[in-house]
Design a binder for this molecule. Structure first.
Ligand code: PRP
Ligand code: URA
Length: 208
């Protein structure tokens, strides 16, 4: 499977606080942003750099810089918005698109209610943001929408993913790399991730 799981004690530590039901909205939001930043760091591990020459206070040197115009971040609303500040702090010149989606409470199927992306999206590498990948339905639909706009290179960043969803997304879109902080055990009867962290959108925005 085209999936990378961050395996690091610091991530485990941050996730332990994030998952805890006693963690309040402010800290939850800060952690989602912070883990988003770590996921973005991992997503850039294969980035092609353009050659540049700079001058340090000591001497001239040849080095590499990221071409920030090659990237766009696309959070899936609402919860994906929580990761946006983190990733944009490390690649500040990337463009941003938005996909609005919610899961129908009875069928658990995603419903798309908004889609707006930069005009030149097709020539950019697109990094989709959503902290939760559960059944994988939202991820598949979001990737379909972006591919329909001509996007060729897509990565998907999630904080917690369920094995069932990962299987479904990678079968449908094997070219899309999924980078997640943790792969959890399974889904429950309400298609929530177990042990998970509950409803990410509600915990970020304090709506429940
Ligand atoms: C959550 C989450 C994902 C989706 C994952 O959104 O942020 O978008 O569910 O589930 P899936 O993999 O089974 O499709 P939700 O529908 O709760 O909307 P919200 O972010 O607006 O709360
Ligand atoms: N959406 C969430 O916010 N949490 C889950 O566990 C599954 C879907």
């Amino acid at each position: 499977m085209n999936v990378k799981e961050l395996n690091h004690p610091l991530i485990e530590h941050k996730l332990a606080i994030l998952r805890d039901k006693k963690t309040g909205t402010k800290e939850f939001r800060e952690l989602i942003k912070e883990i988003g930043m770590f996921l973005c760091y991992e997503a850039m591990s294969d980035a092609k750099l353009k050659k540049v020459e700079i001058e340090t206070p000591i001497e001239k040197m040849k080095t590499g810089k990221l071409d920030e115009d090659n990237y766009a971040f696309v959070p899936i609303l609402r919860a994906g918005m929580g990761m946006l500040d983190g990733v944009i702090s490390v690649i500040p010149n990337a463009k941003i698109g938005h996909i609005g989606m919610y899961r129908d409470e009875k069928t658990f199927e995603p419903v798309n209610y908004f889609f707006k992306v930069p005009k030149d999206i097709a020539k950019r590498e697109v990094i989709i943001l959503d902290p939760m990948l559960a059944t994988g339905g939202s991820a598949i639909d979001a990737i379909d929408l972006l591919k329909s706009k001509g996007v060729k290179k897509i990565k998907f960043l999630s904080i917690i993913a369920a094995p069932e969803g990962l299987k479904k997304v990678t079968e449908k879109h094997p070219d899309v790399q999924i980078i997640c902080a943790k792969i959890d055990k399974c889904l429950n009867e309400n298609k929530y991730i177990v042990p998970g962290l509950g409803d990410a959108g509600d915990r970020i925005f304090g709506t429940k």
